[in-house]
Design a protein around this ligand. Structure first.
Ligand code: SAH
Length: 571
């Protein structure tokens, strides 16, 4: 159905811990589905939402199939305001908390009854199907299974009414899913269900269903991909709805025109090793299909819908993501979505654990924190095979973390397969920003971010930068301030800073910010001792203008004003 992605995993929405067991049983049937629970009421869920109605409406508006474990009435009332709006409607089902009833509510054309039956099977109960065509014929004729597309929904509704009124029907073409249906079949019937690939308008007495049995191959070099695909299909007399997949040579993997075209046509894009002719490449990728060529575009028509998983291979994806400081609500939604689609997850074990929970089908590759280049190369090897790979960093991946290591590995590589990977860097809330936000606005004016670790740079450089940054009166944010292997460096650094800053300068110490047991302290530069700091601490040293005042609820606000004293009038 237009606008609805049939691959979207359902959301299992629960209100309280009483439905968690049923939710997990449902999750076994739909392993991609996440369990959404009300914040504060249920802990052990995959996603927390703050308000039930809002969560349901947002999922509905996104086209996400909804399995709500609560009274049908609550679901109906929550979504009522949205039902008039045109557009795709995802399947919406209410399931009794104890799993004893499954009620399909909305999304008849998006397969809600199919889902209801699947759920009924998984829970061992009968689904409450109320659709008359479906009850009579045992299948929803307007919702053919994956691999088939109905040509015209309005025409289809008339057709089903005719059958319900007693008309007989005959099937033309191959419709295996109708084998078990109870249709009023008659070889001489005027009404036909026609399954095929050809382009033609449906006739008055016909239910026209296109089999997605067509694969088109092209190289994308000549541009205008969509227009050329449409033209080729047109001259071959094939319906656009029958197109299942675009196939291109592996060399063209990064070609943006192909990606745009596949999206515009609403089909998958796959790649095969380049052959001398597109026809040859296509014939190898879709064995047994009838292959022809139309002005530089090769078309394969198989005898049944093609299984895209069997055709060529996909472009691999490598996303370097930032988790934020730790708390799930500080993780950006793009990162959550990336984690959900990941097949492989690489990173330092602590961060990989923080990024979970993961499904059984997701492969975790936990490594030591220091093996960054090895990890980056391993990630490219996996992605170059066509997998969807995530490399995890805490905070932001570009701040003393994996993004630069991944780019360095790519820069050093001459493997074209690595360069063709779909590489994405997804930002996160860095520890300095998360700490600053809790303290107030210490980074409200110009500031300087430094790592005090001399593992990857000489200490002399750090000393020089500290000296100049302190002299320039920048607020200082120190990452990696101290560790067992680097015990004396912080003391040295503070000596340098104290040459340029007064003892009263405010210092913010944020430890495990956004994580369980987080602490925030405000001290003065004079009071600051290296013993107050460990490797899980962020150190923010104020500038000459940074100030503090008491909070009504205890503790202090720290901020650096946005203005700066004019030279000569400073303090
Ligand atoms: N990419 C990360 C930083 C990695 S360097 C980011 O953008 O946040 C690791 C250092 O970051 C730690 O030594 C500590 O100084 C700081 N840090 C990371 N997470 C932190 C947290 N939750 N609270 C306080 N400091 C943190």
């Amino acid at each position: 159905m237009a606008g609805l992605n049939p691959n979207t995993a359902p959301a299992i929405v629960i209100l309280g811990p009483g439905s968690l067991a049923t939710a997990r049983r449902i999750q076994q049937r739909y392993p991609q589905a996440l369990v959404h629970g009300l914040r504060g009421r249920v802990d052990a869920v995959d996603v927390h939402y703050p308000a039930f109605g809002d969560a349901l409406r947002a999922l509905y508006a996104q086209g996400t199939p909804i399995i709500a474990l609560c009274a049908a009435g609550i679901v109906i009332r929550s979504l009522a305001g949205l039902l008039d709006e045109k557009g795709a409607e995802p399947p919406v089902l209410a399931v009794a908390e104890d799993g004893s009833a499954v009620v399909p509510l909305l999304g008849g054309l998006a397969g809600v009854n199919v889902m209801a039956r699947e759920l009924g099977e998984a829970l061992g109960v009968a689904a409450a199907i109320t659709t008359s065509g479906e009850l009579r014929f045992g299948t929803c004729l307007l919702n053919p299974p994956e691999g088939y597309a109905l040509a015209d929904i309005e025409q289809g509704k008339r057709f089903v009414s005719d059958l319900l009124a007693g008309e007989a029907v005959r099937i033309e073409g191959d419709a295996p899913w109708l084998a078990d249906a109870q249709l009023p079949e008659d070889g001489a019937a005027r009404r036909t269900i026609h399954v095929g690939c050809e382009a033609r308008p449906a006739s008055r007495d016909e239910l026209l269903i296109h089999a997605r049995a067509v694969v088109v191959a092209m190289d994308g070099e000549q541009g205008e991909v969509v227009a050329r695909v449409r033209q080729a299909l047109g001259s071959a007399g094939i319906a656009e709805a029958a197109l299942a997949c675009l196939l291109a040579p592996e060399q063209a993997m990064a070609e943006p025109a192909l990606h745009e075209a596949a999206q515009a046509l609403g089909v998958a894009l796959r790649y095969a090793p380049q052959a001398e002719h597109l026809v040859q490449m296509l014939a190898q990728a879709v064995p047994g299909a009838r292959v022809s060529e139309h002005a530089g575009v090769a078309i394969a028509v198989a005898s049944a819908p093609v299984d895209i998983a069997q055709i060529g291979r996909r472009r691999g994806r490598l996303a370097v993501i930032g988790l934020g400081p730790g708390a799930a609500e500080l993780m950006v939604p793009a990162v959550k979505a990336e984690l959900a689609r990941a097949e492989d997850v690489l990173g330092y074990e602590t961060y990989v654990r923080m990024a979970g929970p993961f499904r059984d089908d997701q492969v975790l590759h936990c490594t030591d924190n220091r093996e960054e280049m090895l990890r980056a190369r391993h990630a490219f090897e996996l992605a170059a095979q066509g997998r969807s790979v995530v490399v995890v960093s805490s905070g932001d991946p570009g701040v003393f973390a994996m993004a630069a290591a991944v780019l360095e590995a790519l820069h050093a590589s001459s493997d074209p397969a690595w360069h063709r990977v779909d590489l994405q860097i997804l930002p996160g809330v860095s520890a300095s920003l998360a700490t600053a936000a809790q303290a107030g606005a210490p980074l409200g004016h110009d500031f300087c971010v430094m790592s005090l670790s001399d593992n990857l740079k000489p200490w002399s450089i750090i000393e020089k930068r500290l000296d100049l940054a302190a002299q320039a009166d920048l607020v200082l944010a120190f990452y990696n301030p101290i560790s067992k292997a680097r015990p004396w460096q912080l003391g040295n650094a503070l000596d340098i800073v104290r040459r340029h800053r007064e003892g009263q300068t405010p210092v913010v110490l944020g430890r495990d910010i956004g994580r369980p047991g987080q602490t925030l302290r405000v001290v003065t530069l004079a009071e600051l001792l290296p013993e107050m700091v460990d490797m899980r601490t962020m150190v923010l040293v104020g500038s000459s203008t940074t100030c503090t005042f008491d909070k009504a609820c205890g503790g202090q606000w720290v901020y650096t004003p946005r203005w700066y004293p004019v030279a000569g009038e400073g303090r």
